[in-house]
Design a protein around this ligand. Structure first.
Ligand code: ADP
Ligand code: ZN
Length: 730
């Protein structure tokens, strides 16, 4: 039973304010529940909070203030509180910041009134098109079935209210009064059941049994690309819906959601709730409220969907669980894959981690029996896994400014001539990673960051990939002022595309890179066109590695397989293996067999050997042995401490002060390395210094870290962030 607090009773309220935290208040007239969302006074302001239990009585009764009002949303459930507390403890995040993650819905406290929304109307076209009118219609089309308020629509489309009103008058737009936050249409788990293969059936039955049992369990669903992992976990979703519980599917990339929503609609007859940065605020509020009320059965979203207030969560799927975009590296630093397992365990939900190339963490958990393991070994239908071959770049003597070897070019020619598609993969956005002055040797870097500016020739700019700052490509060198000697060094996808154009002037070329598309819809349209045969050669960054299905694609060329192996990143081998296997998996997904040609200067490197042989288990075992020997994750614990400040001296001083007081860490047998300048030593004008804490796997690292960090008082201008289980060391 939820505890009830009566009028005037002493309660504790956790607010979202950094300095507020949990504070004592008096319950309002009419009382409130434990977990109620409330508005409370804090200094001169009104802030959002959640009733967090009885008050502690630390405040003088005369100074005690009352809750202003109780918001009209479902109270936070005890299970959600536990999740937030445990996630905060794990990531060393202050509770107010954790609560902010869980309340990222605008107008949470607003009354449930009617509101006016806009959709496409009965008429296709207005009497006359203007740019502004086109933008309005394009905005509505882009977001499919989502509703817009007037404010959202004018802002997103960048038009005045009169443009919208004008389109309403002509019937191109419809204006409707709609109750806020309608439930999502019911999904029918029996609508389009698929006939699974034997292997798929076995995996699906195991997942379904877990869901039916209604308990926690974590499962690695491992299967080669195209083996039907999605089909299999959709069976688990169906079982979850039949059991009357809610399901959550996390995807690593917004660009993938559209296609996935279509698939859900085909399978269950309606679209689920969506939660990611591309969703309008009106829809976000609706999703948040309906998830809490049970009016949303299935949510498809990005990592932050994990913090939605599910009423009864029975299944969490983390698709492409190895993807690094599950790691949030700003603000609250957390890994959604790990938090999914935590949430699942608290909610008695099945948690499915799906991948063709799982992370070593998950692989090790499956090996040790902590997670169950299901495998799909064959591609669905006639498709077979592509053949993999290395091209030794040391032999070919590629001329300067050319990156496609003769062997690769010949193979490309053969495919293009018979109407098959070729994909060239290079994980570098832009035209060239560095721009150098041939007169003085100066390389152009960012004013605010320790990073080279990258030329993006299609957009005629130089861009910093750390802070996003852009400027026009200069004609004269900023250093020696000599004109006309600025030259690109090294390839990006745009430059590679230029080479393809030179080699195959008649081939239809598509370049896929996240920065070349204005919107998810443009990207989706382009991907659709490619899959229907609208391009002969596709040049792309890692965006092409994920989940797209190109039936005509039979050749994948990896331009620089060594790229990811450079640097000292602990996961360099793992990442390279995953990415190249994933990209190669794009070839030969239909009847025609595929080939992957991997250009490398280190064909004898063990990682290349594993990529080429496809002996994945052998790779994981070798990688696990190496990491076990070094005592690093998943066989040891790491925590990164990043200090940053505009003052370069202060940041080093603070780092040294921390290193000198590491006693609490030594007590648990942990070691502290650093301070050292971070690999990217300056971002947005802030100097960055890192410390690394290394401990044994079972060590209670969080408590020791908290004690350690509490000892040193840092100046306010200095920022400190703690990255538990760091993925990248930048
Ligand atoms: P994965 O998620 O492992 O990459 P998918 O579930 O996307 O694989 O399946 C690959 C393709 O094969 C999809 O187009 C899917 O619809 C199809 N497919 C897989 N299994 C079946 C099945 N049992 N019946 C019909 N189509 C299937
Ligand atoms: Zn920058």
């Amino acid at each position: 039973m939820t505890r009830q607090f009566l009028d005037g009773e002493l309660i504790s309220v956790l607010t979202t304010q950094p300095l507020g935290g949990a504070l004592d208040y008096k319950a309002p007239v009419g009382g409130c529940l434990d977990g109620s969302y409330v508005e409370v006074p804090l200094g001169p302001r009104k802030v959002l909070g959640v009733v967090w239990g009885p008050g502690e009585g630390k405040v003088d009764a005369s100074k005690l203030r009352s809750v202003i009002r109780v918001c009209d949303v479902e109270p936070m459930r005890p299970e959600m509180k536990t999740f937030l507390v445990r996630a905060a403890e794990y990531t060393l995040t202050p509770m107010p910041a954790m609560l902010r993650l869980a309340t990222r819905s605008p107008g949470l406290g607003d009354p449930p009134s009617m509101r006016r929304i806009y959709r496409r109307g009965s008429r296709e076209t207005p009497n006359r098109w203007t740019d502004a009118r086109r933008r309005v219609v394009a905005t509505l089309d882009e977001f499919g079935g989502l509703a817009f308020t007037l404010g959202e629509l004018t802002e997103t489309a960048g038009v005045s209210t009169s443009v919208v009103k004008g389109l309403v008058a002509q019937g191109v737009l419809a204006e409707e009064e709609s109750p806020r936050d309608q439930p999502y249409p019911a999904l029918n788990p029996r609508r389009a059941e698929v006939a699974l293969t034997n292997e798929q059936t076995e995996a699906a039955e195991a997942l379904v049994a877990g869901v039916r049992a209604g308990r926690f369990g974590a499962t690695l669903l491992k299967g080669v690309t195209g083996s039907g992992k999605t089909e299999v976990y959709l069976e688990a979703v169906a079982a979850c819906l039949k059991a009357g519980r809610q399901a959550l599917v996390l995807l690593p990339e917004i660009a993938l959601t559209e296609g996935f929503l279509d698939r859900v609609e085909a399978r269950f007859g309606a679209r689920p709730a969506e939660w990611h940065s591309g969703v309008t605020t009106t829809e976000r509020r609706r999703a948040w409220t309906m998830v809490a009320k049970g009016g949303a059965e299935l949510v498809v979203g990005a990592r932050s969907a994990l913090f939605l207030p599910f009423r009864d969560l029975g299944l969490i799927v983390v698709d492409e669980e190895h993807d690094i975009s599950y790691k949030q590296e700003e603000g609250v630093i957390y890994n959604a894959r790990d938090m999914a397992v935590l949430r699942g365990s608290i909610a008695s939900a099945q948690t499915v981690l799906s991948s063709a190339t799982p992370s070593l963490e998950t692989w090790a958990n499956a090996e040790s029996g902590k997670y169950a393991r299901l495998a799909l070994t064959a591609r669905f239908g006639a498709a077979v896994m592509p053949e993999m071959r290395a091209i030794d770049l040391r032999e070919g003597n590629l001329p300067a400014n050319r990156w496609i070897s003769d062997t690769l070019a010949r193979a490309m020619k053969e495919r293009v001539e018979v109407g098959e598609q070729v994909l060239l993969f290079l994980n570098r956005r832009g035209y060239a990673p560095v721009t150098i002055c041939r007169a003085c040797g100066n390389q152009i870097d960012c004013d605010q960051c320790d990073a080279w500016l990258v030329e993006h020739r299609f957009r005629r700019i130089l861009m910093c990939h750390q802070c996003g700052a852009t400027r026009p490509v200069p004609e004269a060198c900023p250093s020696c002022k000599v004109k006309g000697r600025m030259a690109p060094v090294g390839p990006g996808v745009e430059r590679l595309a230029e080479e393809v154009r030179g080699l195959f002037p008649d081939a239809r070329l598509a370049v896929l890179s996240s920065d070349l598309f204005g919107s998810a819809k443009d990207l989706k349209a382009c991907i659709k066109e490619i899959s229907e045969g609208g391009a002969d050669v596709i040049v792309g960054t890692q965006i092409v590695a994920k989940g797209h299905n190109f039936p005509l694609l039979t050749l994948v060329g990896v331009i620089d397989a060594d790229l990811g192996l450079q640097g000292s990143d602990l996961r360099a081998a793992e990442r390279t293996f995953q990415l190249i296997r994933q990209v190669s998996g794009r070839a030969g997904r239909a009847e025609r067999p595929g080939l992957a040609l991997v250009q490398t200067c280190q064909p004898d490197h063990p990682v290349m050997g594993a990529i080429l042989s496809g002996d994945e288990e052998e790779f994981w075992r070798a990688e696990a042995a190496a990491r076990r020997g070094a005592g690093v994750p998943p066989f040891g614990r790491l925590a990164g401490i990043i200090l940053s400040s505009r003052d370069a001296k202060a940041v080093v001083k603070a780092g040294k002060a921390l290193a000198a007081r590491a006693e609490p860490l030594r007590r648990i047998g942990a070691e502290v390395y650093g301070p050292a300048a971070a690999p990217v030593a300056r971002i947005r004008g802030r100097h960055r210094v890192r410390l690394l804490v290394k401990a044994e796997r079972g060590a209670r690292i969080q408590d020791a870290l908290a004690e350690w960090l509490a000892q040193v008082k840092l100046p306010a201008s200095l920022r400190l962030s703690v990255d538990i289980d760091p993925q990248r060391f930048f």
